[in-house]
Write a protein that binds this ligand. Structure first.
Ligand SMILES: C[S@@+](CC[C@H](N)C(=O)[O-])C[C@H]1O[C@@H](n2cnc3c(N)ncnc32)[C@H](O)[C@@H]1O
Length: 316
C-alpha cells in the first residue's frame, strides 16, 4: 500500500485506513492524522478515540472506497467540515455545507463574551434583545440560545438566503427554532428595532488580500462570507453609520475583525459611538480579534418632585 495508491483494496482495518489516509494527506494539510481520523470516523461512525483504541477493527470494502473518495477530495483542498457536513461549535454539532462559512474557534470567544453579558442582564431582571448579523450557519445565534435557556430570542440576519436555510436547519435540529428569528436583508435593515446586544462576524477580508487566504478557504468557502467591501472594513463602516439608531441605552456590541484591523476599527468605533467604553480581546493565538463597545446606561428619569440636580449645581 502506498500513499499515492488510488485503490483502497488493502484497507482491511481501521488502523490500515488511518495509516493510509494520514500518508495520503501529508502533503495536502498541516493536520493529516486528525483529518484522516475525522474522515474515517465519519464513514464508520466512530470517534477518534475509538479509532485509535481498536485499530484491528475491520472495515468493509464499500466503506474503504467511501473513505478513499473523501481522502482524495481532502487532498485536493476541500475542507473537512464540508466533506463530513458537520462542525462542532461551542460543544454543539452544527450542520455545515458550502452555503455558509465554516465557524472558527475565535468566534467561540465572541459567543462566550456575549453570553456573559446576556447573563448579567438576565440576572439584573432584563432579558436583552439580541441580534446576530451575518449569521451564516446560525452558529452564533444558535449557540447563544442553546447555552442560555433564559434568553427569549435572538434575531439572526443574513443577506444570503442559502445561509439562512442552513441556519434554519441548525436551529430546528438543535431544538431552538422557536427562539431564533431568521431575518433576510442587508446588515441592520431587517432588524425590527433597537437591541441591547449586537453580535456580528461580518466579512472583513480585503478583496485585494484574496491571494493570501489559505487556498482551501479561497476555493471552497463562499466569497460573500469572506470579503468585505473596500479594505475589508466596508461592511463594518456601513454598520457603524446606522448603529446609533439601533442601540438601546446601555447596549453592547461584539464584533469580530481581522488580525491587522484593530487600529482602524477602534477609531471607527470611537468616532461613531463617542460615549461608548471600548475594549479589544485577543484570540487564543494572541491576535486582537474581538471589539466590544458598551454604551452608557440611560440617566435615571427624574421624578417630578426630584430637585436634587438643582441642589447639586447650586452647591458647586
Ligand atoms: C464571516 S461569515 C460569518 C458566519 C457566521 N456568523 C460565523 O461566525 O460562522 C459572514 C456572513 O455575513 C453574511 N453577509 C455578507 N454580507 C452581508 C450583508 N451586507 N448583510 C448581512 N449579512 C451579510 C454572509 O452571507 C455570511 O453568512
Amino acid at each position: 500500500m502506498s500513499a499515492t495508491d488510488p485503490s483502497p483494496a488493502p484497507l482491511r482495518t481501521w488502523g490500515d485506513a488511518l495509516q493510509w489516509g494520514t500518508l495520503s494527506l501529508a502533503a495536502a494539510t498541516a493536520t493529516p492524522d486528525l483529518d484522516a481520523a475525522v474522515l474515517l470516523g465519519h464513514i464508520v461512525g466512530a470517534s477518534r478515540a475509538l479509532l485509535l483504541a481498536y485499530p484491528e477493527r475491520l472495515i468493509t470494502g464499500e466503506r474503504a472506497l467511501a473513505f478513499a473518495a473523501l481522502v482524495a477530495r481532502r487532498s485536493r483542498g476541500e475542507p473537512v467540515a464540508y466533506l463530513t457536513g458537520h462542525r462542532e461549535f461551542m460543544g454543539l454539532d452544527l450542520l455545515i455545507d458550502p452555503r455558509a462559512l465554516i465557524p472558527r474557534p475565535e468566534t467561540e470567544l465572541l459567543v462566550e463574551l456575549a453570553l456573559e453579558d446576556a447573563r448579567s442582564r438576565l440576572e439584573g431582571g432584563t432579558p436583552p434583545v439580541v441580534a446576530d448579523l451575518g449569521t451564516g450557519s446560525g452558529a452564533i445565534a444558535v449557540a447563544l440560545v442553546a447555552h442560555e435557556p433564559r434568553l427569549p430570542r435572538v434575531y439572526a440576519a443574513d443577506i444570503s438566503t442559502d445561509a439562512l436555510a442552513l441556519a434554519a436547519d441548525n436551529a430546528s435540529r438543535l431544538g431552538v427554532a422557536d427562539r431564533v428569528t431568521l431575518l433576510h436583508g442587508d446588515l441592520l435593515a431587517p432588524v425590527p428595532g433597537p437591541v441591547d446586544l449586537l453580535v456580528a462576524n461580518l466579512p472583513y477580508v480585503a478583496p485585494g488580500d484574496a491571494e493570501i487566504l489559505p487556498p482551501d478557504v479561497r476555493a471552497y468557502e463562499p466569497a460573500l462570507a469572506l470579503f468585505g467591501d473596500e479594505d475589508g472594513l466596508g461592511h463594518l463602516r456601513r454598520l457603524f453609520a446606522d448603529l446609533p439608531a439601533y442601540l438601546r441605552p446601555g447596549a453592547s456590541i461584539y464584533l469580530e475583525f481581522g488580525y491587522d484591523q484593530r487600529p482602524a476599527l477602534v477609531a471607527l468605533a470611537q468616532t461613531r459611538l463617542p460615549t461608548a467604553a471600548i475594549r479589544v480581546f485577543a484570540d487564543y493565538a494572541g491576535w486582537d480579534r474581538i471589539l466590544v463597545a458598551r454604551l452608557p446606561d440611560a440617566p435615571p428619569t427624574p421624578r417630578p418632585d426630584d430637585n436634587s440636580a438643582s441642589r447639586r449645581s447650586t452647591a458647586n
